[in-house]
Design a protein around this ligand. Structure first.
Ligand code: GRF
Length: 235
């Protein structure tokens, strides 16, 4: 359904849109104030750059949500410090050596105690059971560094690079019980250039990821939508 093991995705280096040959749409503008803000929990295991991009978009008023909690299964996840710097509550719930059911119950309890209505997976290196997903569905999202359904699973950027695709990108999708199979909310493309290394491509995709998560959550919170088969349909 989401990240399926330990891995390091992307180099963390970003590249300018001009070098990437992309014409990016204008950044999201702040929404009119007045509406309520949804509460979201972010689950992460590492760097946390997607969490930072999403939290900052929320703080700028571009997404009518607030990050109420960051949960990590790793106490050394750099994303935790990024959350603390922003005054966002964090909880570390180690997964190593803990039975899956027990660990997931702790995570779910923390999310519910924070009164988070949305769960955003952002580099959370754990497979989630169908029971956990069902507890939060359909308000559980994941970001994947490829244009699904191509290249699900681990090291998606490397898989795409190795395949010689000319365009890759990222996908934000609702999480279902499968591995990176849920209904797609937003996709953003990133070109692959001759001479790119897998790290070059990962960095270019990451730039798009940092726009895509906010775009997806904003859409889901501001439009009326439903799931029809594998599709998210916006009215
Ligand atoms: C991202 O590439 C995301 O698509 C994947 O895990 C990575 C997490 O990166 N699911 P970061 O921790 O958000 O920087």
């Amino acid at each position: 359904m989401t990240d399926t093991g330990e891995r390091e995705e992307g180099s963390g280096e970003s590249e300018s849109p001009a070098r990437a040959g992309l014409s990016l749409p204008a950044p999201l503008s702040p929404l009119p104030s007045g509406g309520g803000r949804a509460r979201a929990a972010v689950l992460l295991s590492g760097r946390g750059s997607n969490f930072v991009a999403l939290a900052d978009a929320c703080a700028r008023g571009e997404v009518p949500a607030e990050i109420a909690l960051v949960v990590s299964n790793r106490s050394d996840a750099p994303g935790l410090e990024r959350a603390r710097e922003r005054g966002i509550a964090t909880v570390v719930l180690p997964s190593k050596g803990v039975p899956r059911e027990e660990h997931e119950e702790r995570v779910a309890t923390a999310i519910e105690a924070a009164r988070a209505e949305w769960v955003c997976l952002a580099g959370y290196m754990r497979l989630l059971s169908p029971a956990f997903v069902a507890r939060f569905a359909p308000r559980i999202l994941n970001i994947h560094p490829a244009l699904l359904p191509s290249f699900p699973g681990l090291e998606a950027q490397h898989q795409a690079w190795e395949c010689g695709v000319r365009v890759s990108g990222c996908t934000v999708h609702l999480v279902d019980a499968g591995c990176d199979t849920g209904p797609i909310v937003v996709q953003r493309a990133a070109p692959v250039f001759d001479g790119d290394t897998p790290d070059d491509l990962a960095a270019r995709i990451l730039e798009q990821e940092h726009v895509a998560y906010a775009e997806a959550l904003r859409l889901l919170l501001t439009r009326s939508w439903r799931v029809e088969g594998r599709r998210v349909v916006f009215d």
